[in-house]
Design a protein around this ligand. Structure first.
Ligand code: 3PG
Length: 202
């Protein structure tokens, strides 16, 4: 079912974008996210074991929606349809959009320009990953996009951090942000698991 708005919503304002370094790293983070009650996570396809990492998250985070990110092509989309709860791409592709609609998959395409938003809206999308948010204009760009696209909802990612995420969340057209900064490395987790747990819960 295409329920992107339930994933990108103000009650879950920061979605971890996970680029796990190993299966052990994925396991430790999934346990942390489960304990913190994280409702949704994007697991990027940027590791040879990425699909196993997706499965680990599904097994260890039974109450969360597990998304597959960095989905770039048809093969990845078709696998993600079976193995994840939702799918995210860094950009917009009509082919992937059509596959998502056909398979009733919740799909959040990436956009960076007004032209891409128009193309995606023509395919019935209104929830987008704005990527790479900071590099393409961040908060200023999102304010400008609100004029011509009052119905578009964004989850900006790319360059967002503890220092600036509140500025994004203050915008009406931003329902959540995505970021890797709240995904600890194994070393950081070993040093300060409590701190990350508190940050994820806040
Ligand atoms: C993504 O894939 O969404 C980004 O790489 C995440 O960006 P960040 O590492 O700057 O949070």
């Amino acid at each position: 079912m295409n329920d992107a708005l339930t994933i990108v919503n103000k009650t879950a304002p920061v979605m971890p974008v996970a680029q796990f370094k190993s299966l052990d790293h994925a396991k430790a983070c999934a346990e942390l996210f489960a304990e913190a009650g994280v409702p949704a996570v994007e697991v990027t396809l940027r590791h040879t074991d990425a699909w196993q990492m997706v499965k680990l998250c599904r097994d260890l985070m039974p109450n969360a929606r597990i998304g597959v990110g960095t989905v770039l092509n048809r093969r990845q989309m078709l696998r993600a349809v079976d193995e994840a709860d939702f799918v995210i791409s860094p950009g917009f592709s009509r082919e992937l959009s059509m596959l998502a609609h056909k398979t009733l998959t919740t799909y959040i395409p990436g956009v960076a320009t007004a032209t891409e938003i128009m193309a995606a809206m023509a395919e019935e999308h209104r929830v987008f990953k704005l990527y790479p948010a900071e590099a393409i204009g961040g908060v200023t760009l999102l304010k400008s996009l609100a004029g011509p696209f009052p119905d578009a909802v964004f989850c900006p990612t790319g360059g967002i951090s503890q220092a600036n995420y509140h500025d994004y969340l203050a915008l009406p057209n931003v329902h959540c942000v995505g970021g890797s900064w709240i995904v600890p490395s194994e070393e950081a987790l070993a040093k300060d698991r409590k701190g990350y747990l508190a940050m994820l819960k806040s």
